[in-house]
Design a protein around this ligand. Structure first.
Ligand SMILES: Nc1nc2c(c(=O)[nH]1)N[C@H]1C(S)=C(S)[C@@H](COP(=O)(O)O)O[C@H]1N2
Ligand SMILES: [Mo]
Length: 247
């Protein structure tokens, strides 16, 4: 309203003065550049999503990396996998993909691996710096050929909560982020049971509960409806944690 009145008050002279003059009126400026500012905000948000999480040096690694949540799935099926050192474990990749995959631990280790020393932040108020090794999730998804209809990647784990497997999900921006890896080693050693053996997700721009341990399946989906109670993860569905836990 104010913008309009001050523009009109100037009369034809002002209007004829051209864009330069109008842009000098603060209110008009605000309106004319609102779209541009919005676009800049959006751009900033997207660049933020692509930014790398800080990486640390060996000297900065925590002497002890504590474990949290499930420390041992404890099912007969998981016990059998531990007993034969995960030789029969397979990671299923499916859902909206061109080529469903079934990968062994040896398959994953044979891929180009990324090694990163990052800080894990748990919502319960502790953090730890550790070194993780594993192939980029993005490369595995590329090998499977994720459909254009896919919007989320869902992870299903070997441990049970109330009889149901722990599950989590991320969007494709995080799935293809270079630091999002399928980690099979912590601090240079094969993952132990407490930290999610044989393979767990590391999604370094997100809080701890998104880093699904004991991975069994990875599925590309168009919607989170029908996954658990629909909010995309065990804690999201049952304790109201945010689905987007970006840090
Ligand atoms: N399958 C599974 N993944 C899980 C959890 C879990 O209970 N089960 N807990 C989450 C939480 S809350 C945290 S903080 C981290 C803990 O990982 P850590 O045990 O390697 O420290 O794993 C996450 N991933
Ligand atoms: Mo956590």
């Amino acid at each position: 309203m104010i913008a309009r009145r001050s523009l009109l008050a100037g009369g034809a002279g002002l209007l004829l003065a051209g864009c330069d003059r109008i842009v000098q009126i603060p209110a008009a400026r605000k309106i004319l550049f609102a779209g541009e500012e919005m676009q800049r905000g959006l751009q900033r948000a997207l660049v933020d999503r692509a930014a790398l999480a800080p990486e640390y040096t060996v000297a900065q690694m925590s002497p002890v990396f504590r474990s949290n949540g499930t420390r041992d799935p404890g099912t007969p099926e998981y016990g059998a996998m531990v007993a034969n050192r995960f030789a029969d474990w397979r990671l299923g990749i499916g859902g909206l993909v061109a080529t469903p995959l079934s990968l062994s631990l040896a398959d994953l280790r044979a891929l180009p691996n990324r090694r990163q020393i990052t800080r894990h932040d748990c919502v319960e108020g502790w953090s730890a710096i550790g070194q993780w090794t594993g192939p980029m999730l993005g490369n595995v998804l590329k090998a499977a050929g994720v459909s254009e209809r896919a919007r989320y990647i869902v992870f299903t784990c070997a441990d049970l909560y109330g009889g149901q497997p722990y599950y989590e999900s991320i969007d494709l921006i995080d799935a293809f982020h270079p630091q999002t890896i399928l980690a099979w080693a912590l601090n240079g050693r094969p993952l132990d049971v407490a930290h999610g053996a044989p393979v767990r997700l590391r999604v370094e721009r997100q809080l701890g509960y998104k880093h699904a341990k004991y991975l069994m399946r990875i599925d590309a989906v168009a919607s989170l409806t029908g996954i658990g109670k629909g909010k995309g993860g065990y804690w999201e569905d049952n304790v109201d944690y945010d689905w987007y836990a970006g840090i």
